[in-house]
Design a binder for this molecule. Structure first.
Ligand SMILES: [Zn+2]
Length: 83
């Protein structure tokens, strides 16, 4: 089975930072694991937009999960020399 995550079911462990209708940004407050790399993520961005510009810096790594009708982007701060 492909990686998947149910943000609705996890909503009580995540803090809503931004919601534009098309795009939701949630902060991980409870060590929820990324379905892509299994490490806890810092924030998850869920979007139904077709295109999305992101500003990332070298201290962050990103995991992308494409689902049927949306894309989820997980951010991880590079702590302790994670590869
Ligand atoms: Zn990840």
């Amino acid at each position: 089975m492909a990686a998947s995550i149910d943000l609705e079911a996890l909503r009580h462990r995540l803090k809503l930072l931004r919601d534009t209708g098309e795009t939701t940004l949630l902060e991980n407050r409870d060590g929820v694991e990324c379905p892509v790399c299994d490490e806890p993520f810092d924030e998850v961005l869920e979007t139904r937009e077709r295109t999305r510009t992101l500003s990332a810096d070298e201290d962050i790594h990103l995991c992308l999960l494409r689902e049927r009708d949306k894309v989820l982007l997980f951010t991880h701060a590079r702590v302790g020399g994670l590869p």
